[in-house]
Design a protein around this ligand. Structure first.
Ligand code: FES
Length: 166
C-alpha cells in the first residue's frame, strides 16, 4: 500500500473516536474512498477501534455493500430481485460469467470487470435490469448484453489507442 493511501486511511480513521461503535462508519468511508476495504485498512481500523479482526471481517462480509477486494475497471451488476429473477436475471448472470470468465462476486484476472448480483434496484417495471458502470440497462437480454459488452470493449480499445498516440 502506498504512503499516500496509508495517509488517507489514517485521515479517515481520525474522523471518528476510536471506539467499536464507529466500525461501520469507518468501513463505509474507507470503501467510499478506495472502492474496497483492504487488509491493511481493516487492520488499522481494528487497531484504532479495538474491534477484533475476526469480528470486523464478519461485519464486513455480512453487509453486501462492503467489498474486500479491489473492483475492476468496469462494474457490472445484475439484479436478482424477484421481478428480475422471474424474467431471466439468473440466465444473464450465467451468460456474463461465461463471457467474462469470472464468477459473480469476483473480479476478472485482468482487473477489467467486476461482476456482482444485487437485490431489487427499485426498477422492477423495466426488469430484468443490468447496471454497467452506474448506467441502468432495462429489459436486458443476452443479445443486448453481448452488444453492450462489444461497445464497451470497442470504447476501451479506442481509448487505449488514443493513449498510445498521446
Ligand atoms: S427486482 Fe430487479 S429491479 Fe426490482
Amino acid at each position: 500500500m502506498s504512503v499516500c493511501a496509508t495517509a488517507e486511511i489514517e485521515d479517515i480513521i481520525d474522523r471518528y473516536p476510536g471506539r467499536p461503535e464507529y466500525l461501520i462508519f469507518l468501513l463505509q468511508d474507507i470503501q467510499s474512498s478506495f472502492g474496497y476495504i483492504s487488509q491493511e485498512s481493516m487492520r488499522r481500523v481494528c487497531d484504532r477501534t479495538g474491534v477484533p479482526l475476526t469480528r470486523a471481517y464478519s461485519v464486513a462480509t455480512f453487509y453486501q455493500s462492503f467489498r474486500l477486494d479491489p473492483k475492476g475497471e468496469h462494474e457490472i451488476k445484475v439484479c436478482l430481485g424477484t421481478a428480475c429473477h422471474l424474467k431471466g436475471g439468473q440466465r444473464l448472470v450465467e451468460d456474463l460469467e461465461r463471457r467474462l470468465g469470472v464468477a459473480a462476486g469476483e473480479t476478472s484476472g485482468d482487473m477489467r470487470f467486476t461482476l456482482d448480483t444485487v437485490n431489487c434496484l427499485g426498477a422492477c417495471a423495466i426488469s430484468p435490469v443490468v447496471v454497467m458502470d452506474e448506467e441502468y440497462y432495462p429489459n436486458m437480454t443476452a443479445r443486448k448484453l453481448e452488444k453492450q459488452l462489444k461497445a464497451l470493449n470497442a470504447a476501451d480499445a479506442a481509448q487505449a489507442k488514443e493513449a498510445g498516440n498521446a
